[in-house]
Design a protein. Structure first.
Length: 367
């Protein structure tokens, strides 16, 4: 399962202040800073004009111009529990954004008992988020600052997948269908459970649940050919996983894992009947965050490859696929914690770096 890692030429860098050149297996790339001064940015979405919405974990949402020269703070966010791994997290445009200017964003919502992952929608009017409405709140709220998950992906029918975590101290609840801990949910844009969800109408089960047994999913994307939801999730100490999140399937946490307790110690088995095996896993952990399928022609040799950010090693991980199998892996050293990976309207790859002086970096072919 574990593929031999082929390292690209490593380029040592501290904070990016000017363009660098990266020689990868397929192509030579420029790594250009677009904007800096972001406070632990977490999610990014491109608007039709090439500008970007960027979330900051401390509770700020910014509108960044396409050239990175202007940053405008958007007003109107709800109360956010910005602590630990919680805060303002992912952002996604409505599938009908060009008609309704609506955006969706995930965040850690404070409430009775602690906090939980929540999703709100709002309409952008100038520099304001108007008509803000919380459409989903993970239940229950718990006293924890960890494992919020929070990636947002619209499927081909316009329904919304939300990835979540086990909240760090609730791992056994990832096997309990009576709550949303450690699940992927699938909802309509008004927050109701999507038709055809596997546990709808079943006793002691949440109708919103799509799949379960997840630890902490911080990367998700639709496969460009099949439309299936691919995800990756953090393992405890080793055992980061790539999965295809399928309706009704149990991905095993914490009953099976290729990781171990922090500091050592067995958590569970690696395999068990009825529980899904990962398509690919990493030991040691790379701490994956952000994920996309590259669909443009600009970067030669990368089309239909999966790109994953690494928080732990400061790398961009490029994965070649043969059907549902990872056939090759390349590690490209960026030198900063990569929180999100997105394809821009220009076909370039944009990286969001996680620090108190975070950046948007642009990868494009050298001339």
């Amino acid at each position: 399962m574990i593929k031999k890692l082929v390292l690209a030429t490593l380029v040592s860098m501290a904070l990016q202040t000017q363009a660098d050149t990266l020689q990868t297996e397929k192509v030579s790339l420029n790594l250009d800073p677009v904007v800096s001064g972001l406070k632990h940015p977490w999610g990014m979405a491109f608007l039709p004009d090439g500008s970007m919405l960027v979330t900051e974990r401390n509770g700020g949402m910014l509108h960044v111009s396409a050239d990175g020269k202007t940053k405008t703070s958007l007003q109107g966010l709800p109360a956010i529990a910005a602590s630990g791994q919680g805060g303002l997290l992912d952002v996604a445009l409505s599938p009908t954004f060009s008609q309704d200017n609506t955006v969706y964003f995930s965040f850690s919502e404070p409430g009775t008992g602690g906090s939980s992952t929540a999703v709100a929608r709002a309409v952008i009017k100038g520099d304001t988020l108007a008509n803000v409405s919380v459409i989903f709140s993970q239940l229950p709220k718990v006293d924890s600052r960890h494992h919020f998950g929070s990636r947002l992906v619209f499927d081909q029918q316009g329904q919304l997948f939300i990835t979540m975590g086990d909240r760090g101290n609730q791992r056994q609840e990832a096997q309990n269908l009576a709550n949303h801990i450690g699940t992927v949910v699938r909802i309509n844009t008004d927050g109701s459970a999507a038709a055809g969800n596997p546990f709808s109408g079943k006793p002691d089960s949440k109708a919103e649940i799509w799949s379960y047994g997840h630890r902490n999913i911080q990367g998700a994307a639709l496969h460009p050919a099949t439309g299936a939801l691919w995800t990756h999730e953090h393992g405890p100490q080793g055992g980061d996983e790539i999965n295809i999140a399928q309706s009704g399937k149990n991905y095993g946490w914490p009953l099976i894992t290729y990781g171990e307790e922090y500091g050592g110690g067995v958590i569970g088995k690696t395999k068990q009947d009825g529980l899904e095996q990962p398509l690919h896993y990493w030991v040691p952990s790379i701490a994956p965050s952000g994920m996309m399928f590259y669909a443009a022609d600009l970067i030669s040799g990368w089309k239909n490859n999966m790109l994953v950010g690494s928080l732990k090693f400061g790398q961009l991980v490029r994965l070649e696929l043969n059907g549902n199998t990872v056939s090759h892996e390349e590690r490209i050293m960026i030198g900063q914690r990569i929180r999100d990976v997105e394809q821009g309207p220009d076909g370039a790859v944009y990286l969001l770096t996680d620090s108190s002086d975070g950046q948007i970096l642009r990868l494009s072919p050298t001339k």
